[in-house]
Structures are given as C-alpha cells and as structure tokens.
Design a binder for this molecule. Structure first.
Ligand code: HEM
Ligand SMILES: [Ca+2]
Length: 232
C-alpha cells in the first residue's frame, strides 16, 4: 500500500488493520467537490454533481425528507400506508411487494415520527420528523438530522465498488451490508438489507449493476420521480 504522504497523520491505511487497506477512502474528493466533509441539508451532491440533482426543487426539505416526500402523494406532510402503496406502484413494484412494503414500512417508521406517545392505528409517517426514524447499520450517508453526507456517499463506492468504480455488483452490495452491520443491531440489519435489496431490485441495469447515479437518486428521491416518469 503506497503511502499517501510523508505525514503519517494523513495516512488512511494502518498495516495492523488490513481492512483499512481493503476498504479505501477517496483522498482527493475535495479536488472535485468543495467541502466534502460538510453535510448538505437539501442537496445530494457528489463529485459529478457538485450542486446536486439538476432542476430539483428541494422545497426547503432535508434530503431525507425529499426521499420520503415522494410517497406523500397528496403532499400534506403525512405518508399513510396507502400512499406508500401508491408510491411503490408508481415506480413499478408489483401488487404483492407494494402491499408488503406499505405495511412493513409504515409499521416500522410511523411511531417514531409522531409528536405524542399514543400510537396511531392509521400508521401515519410525519415527514417533518422523519429523521427520528433513522436506524443503525446503514451507510451513514444521511446524518442524524437527515442531511446528506457527501464523504459517506463516496465511501460506498471507494470501499466496495471494486470491479467498476461507479457501480456495485450484487456481491459488492452484500459485502457492504455485512460490513455496515453494527453489533447486535438486528433491526438495523433488517432495515438496511430491505432498503438496499429493494433499491437493487428497482434500479439494477441489465448486467445486474447498481449504478452510482441510481444510488445518489434514491437519497434525494429523484430516482423515484424518474422511474415514475419512465412508466407514465
Ligand atoms: C422503493 C422504495 C424505497 C427504497 C428503494 C428505499 C431505499 C432506501 C435506501 C437505499 C436508504 C439508505 C440506507 C443507507 O444509507 O444505508 C434509505 C433510507 C431511508 N428510507 Fe427509504 N426507501 C424506500 C422507501 C421509503 C419509504 C416509503 C420511507 C418512509 C416513508 C423511507 C424512509 C427511509 C428512511 C427514514 C431512511 C433513513 C434510514 C437510515 O439510513 O437510517 N424509505 N431508503
Ligand atoms: Ca399524504
């Protein structure tokens, strides 16, 4: 492993921790993207899109809120299970998967987004509080407040996209999921697995590759909008 610089404090590889050599960090992201360490509140930026998705109106929402807002079909700030279902249908998922996704997602996420402590049988997900639904064992690309962390997004590819620098094979995706697991975080493992498998299912290309652009697009929800347009 070549040394990054004469200064060992800038090294990203520790010989005694071989995993740091296997899973690489992009050490020059700042050459292509200003302030890559700074989480962006409203734009899913990367080195190819330093201003985020062209033409996308954030409507003042965080990147995580934009991800979820696609499913708020009537834009009243609440995602009910039937809206999750309609959103899933709109991006081309079949009846069975859409039904299962609607029940499971709203069951899993509703409660933590409510303002009070009484659960609602209608399983509403409040877009305003969606950051409270964050779980562990994820990529950390959304920060705790629902912003988008460009350096974390970049790590998905610098660490795991070995065969093609801007896409993940199914094997590489599974390696990432295994690697992201936090200790004993069984719920987080299941959530992450479901999110990424679903993404792979809707966005892989003919060769089975999950492209960087599809992944970036899922974060700000623009992928969902594209899939809906393509079907219409
Ligand atoms: C086809 C539909 C969907 C797909 C493919 C999908 C995919 C994803 C992916 C890939 C992530 C990023 C996880 C990571 O960074 O490791 C994510 C995060 C998240 N999604 Fe979705 N999602 C979908 C629908 C929804 C819906 C309907 C909601 C709620 C209404 C939702 C709420 C969230 C939340 C709260 C997070 C943040 C979780 C975290 O990273 O801790 N998603 N989703
Ligand atoms: Ca709604």
């Amino acid at each position: 492993m070549a040394s990054l610089s004469e200064d060992p404090s800038l090294e990203t590889y520790a010989p005694e921790a071989p995993v740091t050599g296997l899973r690489k960090i992009n050490t020059s992201l700042q050459d292509k993207l200003p302030k890559p360490y700074m989480a962006r509140a409203m734009a899913a930026v990367d080195k190819y899109h330093p201003s985020g998705t062209e033409g996308k109106d954030s409507k003042g929402m965080s990147v995580l809120q934009q991800h979820v807002s696609f499913f708020d079909r009537n834009k009243d700030g609440i995602v009910y299970p039937w809206e999750t279902f309609q959103g899933c249908r709109a991006i081309g998922l079949n009846l069975f998967i859409s039904f299962a996704a609607a029940i499971l997602i709203n069951l899993a996420l509703s409660y933590s987004t409510l303002t009070g402590w009484i659960p609602s049988p209608l399983l509403p997900i409040y877009v305003k509080n969606i950051h409270k639904s964050k779980h562990g064992s994820d990529s950390d690309t959304y920060d705790t407040e629902g912003r988008f962390e460009p350096s974390k997004f970049e790590e998905i590819f610098s660490k795991y996209a070995i065969t093609n620098p801007d896409a993940l094979t199914l094997d590489e995706l599974n390696t990432m999921l295994r690697s992201n697991r936090n200790l004993n975080d069984f719920m987080g493992w299941i959530f992450s697995l479901s999110e990424w498998q679903l993404l792979y299912y809707i966005a892989k290309d003919e060769q089975g590759l999950l492209h960087r652009e599809a992944v970036r697009g899922v974060y700000d929800g623009s992928l969902f909008e594209q899939l809906e347009k393509k079907r219409a």
